[in-house]
Each structure stands twice: as C-alpha cells, then as structure tokens.
Ligand binder design. Structure first.
Ligand code: AMP
Length: 300
C-alpha cells in the first residue's frame, strides 16, 4: 500500500520516458525542495560544473545514501575562473549530464543561468583565509573566492541537509568545510574519496583536454604520489621524497609543476614531519590540461 505522492521514486524503473526535472531558477529550486520537505524528506545537494563522469555520479550515489532526495547542480561558475583560464572552452553537455544523473538516482537537476546567479549589479565577495592559502590558492588566486561565493549561494538557495564533494579537489573541500563552519551555514559537508581510472588517473572533466599520448603519461602523477606516500609513511625524508616526485613527474613529460607539497590533512598547514595524518598534494601541466591529485599520508 503506497500513496503515490509520498512513495519513494523507483529509480530502478527509470526508463527513456522519465526525464529528470530541470530547475532553472532559485524559485523553482525552492519550490521543489519545499515540496520534498512537505513530504518529510531529507535533501542532499551535489554541486558540479557538469561534463559529468563516474566521479560525479559516485557523489550522487553517496548523496542518495545520506538523504531521501538528491538535487545536483550544474553551473560553470564564471567567478572562479581568471580571464585567461578555460571558462569558455570548459566542456558543457547538459543533455548527457541529465541522462547520467537520472541513471545514478538523482531526483532533480538545478541548472541556473549566469545572470540568475549573478544579476546586474551583483557586488558581493567572500574571502576565505586558512586552507585557501598556498597550493591552488597561489596559482589560481581567483578560484577559492569564486568557489566560496557560488557554494554559499547554492547552500542558501537549496538549504540541503547535506552536500557531497570529492576529495579529488581536496583543498576545495577543506575551504568549503571552513567557510561553512565560519558562517554557521546549517549544511553538513560530506567528502568522498577520489574515483580513478583503472590506471590510477583521477577522473576529471578536464581529462578531455588530454591527447592520446598525454593520456598515456597522465597516470604517472598518481603513481609518483602513491609511491611517495608509502615512502613517507615508512619514515622517508619529506624534502628528498618531494624532490623525487617532482623529478618523476618531469621525466614522465609533464610541463610546469605548480606544486608538490605535504600538508596537514585537516588544516592544510605546511608539514615537515608526518606526525599526524597528512596529505600529499600536487598540480602539474600536461599539454593544455592542468592536472591535480592528492593522496593521504599516515604517520608511521
Ligand atoms: P567539478 O564538476 O569538477 O567542479 O566537480 C564537482 C564535484 O565533483 C566536486 O566536489 C569534485 O571534487 C567532485 N569530483 C570531481 N572529480 C572527482 C573524482 N574523480 N572523484 C570524486 N569526486 C570528484
């Protein structure tokens, strides 16, 4: 005996006839969330920039475990890109994203317009210190302010119980945890381990920028980090280990290495000895793609 209005969506039977509801405005999003709330449902949010892959879908599946209803957002956020970066050529595929989200058990897609998110006269910024400093914060100084702004807006627009993010963007996850706590935003922030290809390459929408030869070289970033994490856990000298990682990545054909650094896993403060859980993080260019990756490092 089920009442259609409160019966959970049967995602296993989702066929071609079922389309994912697409919400374009804050009003539409709030109406959908209010309807779920009226049924007593909990709500999870999965923010993305689209061009979805299995890493994003793992977030959606985790969100389904954590809440009754899942809304994913797809928004290529202009405020987190510097003028010379890849905003214009960032891959976009709303039809493909929508189909993937439906198959992963998502309940609605929130795809706002840039004008809707940043109306004429928009004049507000958010600045986060602490975990934003160094690493990607040095090489992409615009990014975390833009991420903080858009994620804060998404949180306040949807007011979900929980939001799920990937550890693939580890510094971003720590920044989001920081400002969510600092601003008393009542959303639980959940992190999910990086989803990888069989050869270790972290799934990323930007992997589409890799040519065949670059794609073959790309897993060396993760291999070098994984080997270094094992060495550090065994007591190896951090300086010498990080130098070895840089050498190995350069030898594999990477161009500029933005950083290879050991940081505290929680605060992201620089670490010279592994006495608490740490994180080894790197960013390096391979052709037109800037690849980032990170691995945990546990004390010996
Ligand atoms: P993006 O669309 O790249 O902005 O990413 C949206 C969300 O997906 C962020 O929380 C990312 O950390 C997460 N994500 C991206 N790639 C992966 C991956 N390979 N594994 C797990 N999460 C990921």
């Amino acid at each position: 005996m089920t009442t259609p209005t409160v019966a959970p969506t049967d995602h296993s039977s989702a066929g071609q006839d079922d389309a994912l509801p697409v919400l374009r405005t804050v009003a539409d999003l709030r109406a959908q969330v209010a309807a779920w709330r009226a049924e007593g449902r909990t709500v999870a949010l999965v923010p993305t920039m689209g061009a979805l892959h299995d890493g994003h879908l793992a977030l959606v599946r985790r969100a389904r475990e954590l809440a009754d209803r899942v809304v994913a957002s797809v928004f290529v956020n202009p405020t987190q890109f510097a003028p010379h970066e890849d905003f214009d050529r960032y891959p976009r595929d709303e039809a493909g994203d929508s189909a993937k989200l439906l198959s992963a058990g998502c309940d609605a897609l929130y795809a706002p317009t840039a004008r809707g998110m940043y109306p004429e006269g928009f004049a507000t910024a958010i600045s986060v210190g602490g975990p934003s400093e160094g690493l990607c914060g040095t090489f992409r100084p615009q990014m975390f302010g833009g991420v903080a702004l858009v994620v804060t807006k998404l949180f306040l627009q949807a007011l979900p119980d929980v939001a799920v993010f990937g550890e693939k963007d580890y510094q971003q996850l720590m920044v989001i945890r920081r400002f969510t706590r600092d601003l008393d935003i009542p959303v639980r922030v959940e992190g999910l381990p990086t989803v990888r290809e069989a050869d270790g390459l972290a799934l990323s929408s930007r992997n589409a920028y890799l040519g065949a030869d670059e794609r073959a070289r790309a897993p060396e970033l993760n291999r070098a980090l994984t080997a270094a994490a094992a060495a550090l856990a065994g007591g190896a000298d951090p300086d010498a280990t990080l130098t070895r990682v840089r050498g190995r990545i350069a030898e594999a054909g990477f161009g500029d290495i933005d950083y290879v650094e050991l940081r505290d896993a929680e605060t992201l403060a620089p670490v010279t000895r592994v006495e608490r859980p740490a994180r080894l993080l790197a960013a390096a260019w391979l052709g037109k793609a800037r690849l980032i990756d990170n691995v945990p490092v546990l004390p010996a």
